[in-house]
Design a protein around this ligand. Structure first.
Ligand code: MLT
Length: 404
């Protein structure tokens, strides 16, 4: 008789955004006359930029011609894309990252979930609280999180690093020493950013205690302030302690196209073993690479036209962020985020719980957001709105909330 992976049974409920989707669909079915505005999941709404569409068309034509047709992509990604990334995302910022240290994938969600596979099960992970749920859930599935306590909504073997208003939503160094530290900045869900100096402290700490940092920089394109780092490799010593995850979803609208990458410097080692070689082995065995067409679209993100068009797209979403932030402040809400990230983090009014506020907004304003507690216990009483809607919907959602 086959047996299942029992770790899956430990997971409480379903994936946060699936739970929300079900709730919203049920409400929509019961109230077909209501126009619901969805500012919940961080999914983009603007069409792909013309430079990207043109690259996609060009690559499709190539696939239809025997002379330029491509089959399996190279395991670790096409050279043209890895070169463009190394040049534009790293060299241009003074970071020493070479094309061969970049692994192309179909997105940061998969990479952030899969990367834990190359680490031993007895490693202890540390996560920000609140946190993007994928980091914790995938460690639960692997059997690295221990037991769930439904009262505290925490896992026995996970080190939680609270990110609260008191610490500017930036974690303090943990009291217990973790082996693997997940950091995401600019942050999902709080929209908070940390300075280069603060990140340098984490790099120094990781090198001192022998931890690895898994740094999720999916939202770096939204950084507007000078002293906020775009990459962990802007910090001295990061090559010996940090893996960086990047996505094309938020900076180029690829949520439906799928493209991302992971950087593992050669110097990052456990004893004599380089993590780069382990991830290359895993990638080669389990992954057939992002499609050629999509990698050509990714290359276009770095072209002059692509860069200009995407700057405008990011500015469009950040105008939404500013509108939400300003409007909610005027309505008396306590609001943060939205300056270096497309997420606005607000306190539910009148001491309401996150889920009560979710229901209240859905029913009274027909606006969908994400309950902060869904990201971890320290998110209780908070709520996340995304700036990824259309401008018109964003304005209407804010007006509806203000009118409550
Ligand atoms: C979110 O809403 O937190 C993100 O869209 C999820 C993701 O990028 O996977």
């Amino acid at each position: 008789m086959f047996k299942i992976n029992q770790n899956y049974l430990k997971l409480p409920g379903s994936y946060l955004f699936s739970d929300i989707g079900r709730k919203v669909n049920a409400y929509a079915a019961a109230h077909p006359d209501k126009r619901i505005i969805r500012l919940g999941i961080g999914d983009v709404t603007q069409p792909l930029a013309p430079a990207i569409i043109s690259a996609l068309h060009g690559a499709v034509e190539e696939m239809g011609d025997a002379a330029t047709f491509r089959g399996y992509a190279p395991d670790l990604g096409y050279g043209f894309l890895r070169d463009a990334i190394a040049e534009n995302d790293y060299k241009a910022r003074g970071c020493d990252i070479r094309p061969e240290e970049i692994f192309i994938s179909d997105g940061a969600k998969c990479d952030s979930g899969n990367i834990q596979e190359i680490f031993s099960l007895d490693n202890r992970i540390a996560v920000c609280d609140p946190v993007y749920p994928v980091y914790v859930d995938t460690n639960v599935m692997a059997g690295r999180a221990g037991c769930y306590d439904s009262r505290t909504e925490t896992w026995s073997d996970v080190i939680y690093m609270p990110c609260m208003a008191e610490n500017g939503f930036a974690p303090d160094l943990p009291k217990e020493t973790p082996d693997i530290i997940y950091l995401c900045f600019p942050n999902n869900p709080t929209g908070a950013a940390i300075t280069r100096g603060q990140l340098q402290e984490w790099v120094d700490y990781a090198n001192r205690v022998g931890s690895v940092i898994i740094y999720d920089a999916a939202y770096e394109a939204y950084i507007s302030e000078e002293d906020v780092p775009h990459s962990i490799y802007e910090c001295q010593g990061a090559r010996t302690c940090a893996i960086e995850l990047r996505s094309f979803s938020k900076n180029a609208g690829f949520t439906g196209v799928r493209l991302g990458f992971t950087v593992i410097p050669r110097e990052l080692k456990a004893g004599d073993v380089s993590l780069h070689s382990l991830w290359a082995r895993r990638h080669g065995t389990k992954y057939n690479g992002a499609p050629y067409i999509v990698q050509r679209a990714g290359e276009a993100v770095y072209s002059r036209e692509g860069r200009d068009q995407l700057k405008e797209q990011v500015a469009y979403y950040m105008r939404n962020a500013a509108y939400i932030s300003q409007g909610l402040k005027e309505a008396g809400y306590t609001v943060s985020g939205g300056v270096n990230a497309p997420y606005i983090w607000l306190k539910a009014p009148g001491g309401m719980s996150s889920w009560d506020f979710f229901d209240y907004l859905l029913e009274k304003a027909n606006v969908v957001g994400t309950p902060g507690v869904g990201f971890g216990p320290s998110g209780e009483g908070y709520f996340r709105l995304t700036a990824f809607g259309s401008y018109e919907n964003t304005v209407e959602a804010v007006e509806r909330i203000k009118a409550l």
